[in-house]
Design a protein around this ligand. Sequence first.
Ligand code: NAD
Ligand code: MG
Length: 397
Amino acid sequence: MSHQQITVLGATGSIGLSTLDVIARHSDRYQVFALSGHSRLVELEVLCLRHKPVFAVVADAPSAEQLQAALIAAGSKTQVLFGETALCEVAAHSDVDTVMAAIVGAAGLRPTLAAVAAGKKVLLANKEALVMSGDLFMQAVRKSGAVLLPIDSEHNAIFQCLPSDYSRGLARVGVRRILLTASGGPFRQTPLEQLATVTPEQACAHPNWSMGRKISVDSASMMNKGLELIEACWLFDAKPAQIEVVIHPQSVIHSLVDYVDGSVLAQLGNPDMRTPISHALAWPERIDSGVPALDLFAVARLDFEAPDEQRFPCLRLAREAAEHGGTAPTMLNAANEVAVAAFLQRQISFPQIASIIDSVLNSEASTAVTCLENVFAADHRARALAEQCVNQRGEVG
Ligand code: NAD
Ligand code: MG
């Protein structure tokens, strides 16, 4: 069997590293074609020496020069490129079979779309790209024939619980509802009045998963589940009303599909992203992921509760944006990225994340999306509005 050539966008991140861990277990199947990283140059250098990609992509020319010099000194043949155009090139390159889209946030949109347009097998971790560009993204998948496989553990679980012909329509294949599970994050039981003083460190201390800082804050606010609701609508052609969020604090069931005959199928596993990554990498085959077998006796019990929208207003904001459609999800995502960055920099309080998104969505009407320019215009406008809110709130608070 010839090796599958893989580009890992966002290789230095949590998902990127888990992906490389799985790839390294299967050197008979996979070869790394390109790796990208934005800021952790030393880590990227180590990854390049270990995985020997043809290309590495960094943020800018000075970083590229620095990494290239270090790699040459170490005897590496990896060629270092920089910038968004290079990210798109290594995603769409004719030698590449599979692209792991694991850049965080809107920065991943163009490179992910480049992989999609080139008809690659695209492993989608970068949910923000799909949330921002929804319909255009899915149209591009259909046009190129790209194989889009979800890495988000919930969507990967749903994909595994759906029949292979689900794209005929959920109703046609007998699906009543999708049950999207959520851990509830670190603040599930924090007294509401204490949320105003929680720190970035507390928000990033997720009870079950180890992840990048942005998605960790999103998990604490449950905006992550909101983004996932929108993601699920696009991936599985579902209406927001067909998706119910279920808090399941143990994160052992990764989501469920409820059928009209009363059957409910679930996918279970230890909370380790190497399971969905391995599933998608090898699909439709199965490979060892390095994840230990699930010990149900150690898990002992599975709990479920309904989400509290007063505690988690981001969930309501995301559902409303999903129902509005058009540029509403794009603006929701952009405002959230700005607000989360401001919270991580201690410029605003945790509850202000939701209030900033709320005011951005209230001050700007959603419009139809017919081209990528509409998406970027809405993204930029929402970012500017959110920055204004951060500055105002930062002053008073
Ligand atoms: P992370 O912060 O650990 O890594 C992000 C990666 O993106 C890094 O390699 C970084 O260098 C790169 N990056 C950051 N800004 C960039 C920019 N402006 N341009 C180019 N590259 C940039 O994040 P993560 O936890 O690995 O998450 C990555 C994506 O996967 C996110 O969209 C997240 O929502 C999704 N996801 C993550 C998990 C998880 O368990 N970590 C689970 C489900 C989905
Ligand atoms: Mg998830």
